[in-house]
Design a protein around this ligand. Structure first.
Ligand code: F6P
Length: 544
C-alpha cells in the first residue's frame, strides 16, 4: 500500500499546502478572527464528551481541507483500517499494532495471525481484577500474615510512565489507605528513597517489563528482592507473597524467581508506550479498583471508535495530528507544548514525551529511504499555572513558534473557593494573549515610556488548541490518552514512518554493556574507545 504512494513532498496536497502557507505571511490570527465573527464556534468540535477549540490556529477552512487531502493522499484511511485489522504495520519488527484490542469490549473480534485476541485480553483483565480485589480488600496476605499496604511498581519507559501518570491522574479515585510508588531509574536513589520508610512485610512489588530483560528494571528488581529478604529474615519463600510480574516473557519471569501464578501477561502486538491499559496497568487497577479501570478502558474504546469512524475533518486525533504536521513541516515549529490545567495531570507531558518521541523520532520511511520532511516534533510541558511563571515568557515573546495544547475541565475535582474559576480563567487568558497579543499602540496608550515599548509589545499570532471536558474521570483519562495515541499515529502515517519500533534506544544500551565491566574491573582494563570516552572511564575509575 505505502509503496504506491508518491514521495511526501511530491504529493499534490503537499505542494498546495506549500503555496497556501504564504497566505499566513499576510494574515494573522487577529485578522482571521475579524473576518469571521463566528470563527470561534465554527472551528471547534464536540465529540465523545471532549470539546476542542482549534480556532486559534493559523488556518482557514481551506487549510483544513488541504490537510485532510494530505491525509487521504498519504493513505491514512488505509493505515487506520490496517491497524484495526491486525496487519503487521510495525514492519521493522514484523508485528501487529493492536493496543486498540486492549480496550475492545467482550464479544468484539480483533484478529492477530488468524486468532481473535479479545478473549485473551479479557481473561487477563479478569485475573488482574481478582488479584487487585484481593489486595485492596486485605484478603491477600504477605508472608508474615499482614495485608499489603504498599505497592511499588518497578519498570521503566512504557512500563513506568503510563502507570505513574495514570496513578497521579486518577489519585482522586485511589484507595487512600494504600501507598503507591514507582521505581524506574537505575540510580539507586530511586529505589532507596521509595522504600526507606516502608515495612517489607506490607509491601508488594510489581515488576513490570515487557521483555523482562531491561537492565534498569532487573537491577531494581534484584535490589527489591534483597531488601525484602533482608526485612523478612532471609526466607526466599517470602518472594511469592511479595512479588508479582507483568511481562510477555514467562520464561524470564520464572528464571527471576517470581511465581508465574502471580504473572500477568500481554503480547508482542502491544508496544511498551501503548501498554498502560494492558496488565502494565496492574498498579493502576489496584489503586483505583477494577470498576474504575474498566471505565478508563471504555474511555479509550470510545476514542478508538471515534478515530476509526469519524470523517477526518471531524476527527479529533486526526485534526490534532494534522495541525502538528502543519506547524512542524510548513512553519518550521520544532516543538509542541502540552499544558494541562489540572494538577492531577502533572505527569501527562512526561508520559507524552515517550509516546510521541519514541514513536515518531524516525529518519527513514517504511521503505527504508530518508524521509523528505522533518518528523517528530518535541513534546514537552508542565501543568498550568506553574508554567506561566517559568517558560511562558518564551512562548509569548520569544523568537520561536510553539504551538500549544491547553487541556482543562469544566469542573475541578476538589472544589475550593474560587480556585477553579481562577485556574480556568488563566487557560482562556493565555490562549487569548498568545493569539491576539498587544500592539505598540496599546502599550503606548498605557503611558509606557518610549524606550520600554518594544519590550512590552506582544506580537500575538501564536497558535493554540483548547481541549475541554467535564471533569477528570477515569473515562476521560482513557479518551485523552487514546486521543494522543491516534494523533501520533496520524502524524506517523503522513510521514510514512514506522511509529511502533524504537531502534534508536539500542546503541546506547549495547555500549553501556561494554562499559560496565570496564568500570567494575578491579584490574585496569585496556580501553579502545575514542579518546574522550577512554579519558572519562579512567577519570571515573580514579575518583569514584
Ligand atoms: O528502551 C526503550 C524501551 O524499549 C521502551 O520502548 C520500553 O517501554 C522500555 O524500554 C521498557 O522495556 P520493558 O518493558 O521491556 O522493560
Amino acid at each position: 500500500m505505502t509503496s504506491q504512494l508518491s514521495q511526501l513532498t511530491e504529493r499534490p496536497s503537499w505542494k498546495a499546502l506549500q503555496s497556501h502557507r504564504s497566505l499566513f505571511n499576510e494574515k494573522n490570527l487577529k485578522e482571521l478572527f475579524a473576518q469571521d465573527q463566528d470563527r470561534g464556534k465554527k472551528m471547534s468540535l464536540d465529540a465523545i464528551g471532549l470539546f476542542l477549540d482549534f480556532s486559534k490556529n493559523r488556518i482557514t477552512e481551506e487549510t483544513v481541507q488541504l490537510l485532510v487531502k494530505l491525509a487521504e493522499e498519504s493513505g491514512l484511511r488505509e493505515r487506520i483500517d490496517s491497524m484495526f485489522r491486525g496487519d503487521k504495520i510495525n514492519i521493522s519488527e514484523n508485528r501487529a499494532v493492536l493496543h486498540v484490542a486492549l480496550r475492545a469490549p467482550k464479544g468484539e473480534k480483533m484478529i492477530v495471525d488468524g486468532e481473535d485476541v479479545v478473549p485473551k485480553v479479557h481473561e487477563v483483565l479478569e485475573r488482574m481484577s481478582c488479584f487487585a480485589t484481593s489486595i485492596r480488600s486485605g484478603e491477600w496476605k504477605g508472608y508474615s500474615g499482614k495485608s499489603i499496604k504498599n505497592i511499588i511498581n518497578i519498570g521503566i519507559g512504557g512500563s513506568d510512565l503510563g502507570p505513574v501518570m495514570a496513578y497521579e491522574a486518577l489519585r482522586f479515585y485511589s484507595k487512600r489507605s494504600m501507598n503507591f510508588r514507582f521505581v524506574s531509574n537505575v540510580d539507586a536513589t530511586d529505589f532507596v528513597e521509595a522504600t526507606r520508610d516502608l515495612d517489607p512485610s506490607e509491601t508488594l512489588f510489581i515488576v513490570s517489563s515487557k521483555t523482562f530483560g531491561t537492565l534498569e528494571t532487573l537491577t531494581n528488581a534484584h535490589s527489591a528482592r534483597d531488601w525484602l529478604l533482608k526485612g523478612m529474615g532471609g526466607d526466599s519463600k517470602a518472594v511469592a507473597k511479595h512479588f508479582a510480574a507483568v511481562s510477555t516473557n514467562a520464561t524470564k519471569v520464572a528464571e527471576f524467581g517470581i511465581d508465574t501464578a502471580n504473572m500477568f501477561g500481554f503480547w508482542d502486538w502491544v508496544g511498551g508506550r501503548y501498554s498502560m491499559d494492558s496488565a502494565i496497568g496492574l498498579s493502576t487497577m489496584i489503586a483505583i479498583g477494577p470498576e474504575h479501570f474498566n471505565e478508563m478502558l471504555a474511555g479509550f474504546h470510545s476514542m478508538d471508535e471515534h478515530f476509526r469512524t469519524a470523517p477526518f475533518e471531524k476527527n479529533l486525533p486526526v485534526l490534532l495530528g494534522l495541525l502538528s504536521v502543519w506547524y512542524n513541516n510548513f512553519f518550521g515549529a520544532q516543538t509542541v507544548a502540552v499544558l494541562p490545567y489540572d494538577q492531577y495531570l502533572k505527569r501527562f507531558p512526561a508520559y507524552l514525551q515517550q509516546l510521541t518521541m519514541e514513536s515518531n523520532g524516525k529518519h527513514v520511511t517504511l521503505e527504508g529511504t530518508a524521509v523528505s520532511a522533518e518528523t517528530g516534533p518535541i513534546y514537552w510541558g508542565e501543568p498550568g499555572t506553574n508554567g506561566q511563571h517559568s517558560f511562558y515568557q518564551l512562548i509569548h515573546q520569544g523568537t520561536r513558534l510553539i504551538p500549544c495544547d491547553f487541556i482543562t475541565f469544566y469542573k475541578g475535582l476538589n472544589p475550593l473557593g474560587r480556585h477553579h474559576d481562577l485556574l480556568v480563567s488563566n487557560v482562556f487568558a493565555q490562549a487569548e494573549a498568545l493569539a491576539f497579543g498587544k500592539t505598540k499602540e496599546q502599550v503606548q496608550a498605557e503611558g509606557t515610556p518610549e524606550t520600554l515599548i518594544p519590550h512590552r509589545v506582544f506580537e500575538g499570532n501564536r497558535p493554540s488548541n483548547i481541549l475541554l471536558a467535564d471533569s477528570l474521570t477515569p473515562e476521560t483519562l482513557g479518551k485523552l490518552v487514546a486521543l494522543y495515541e491516534h494523533n501520533v499515529f496520524t502524524q506517523g502515517a503522513i510521514w510514512g514512518i514506522d511509529s511502533f519500533d524504537q531502534w534508536g534506544v539500542e546503541l546506547g544500551k549495547v555500549l553501556a554493556q561494554k562499559i560496565i565491566p570496564e568500570l567494575e574491573n578491579p584490574i585496569e582494563p585496556p580501553l579502545q574507545h575514542d579518546s574522550s570516552t577512554n579519558n572519562l572511564i579512567s577519570l571515573y575509575r580514579k575518583n569514584r
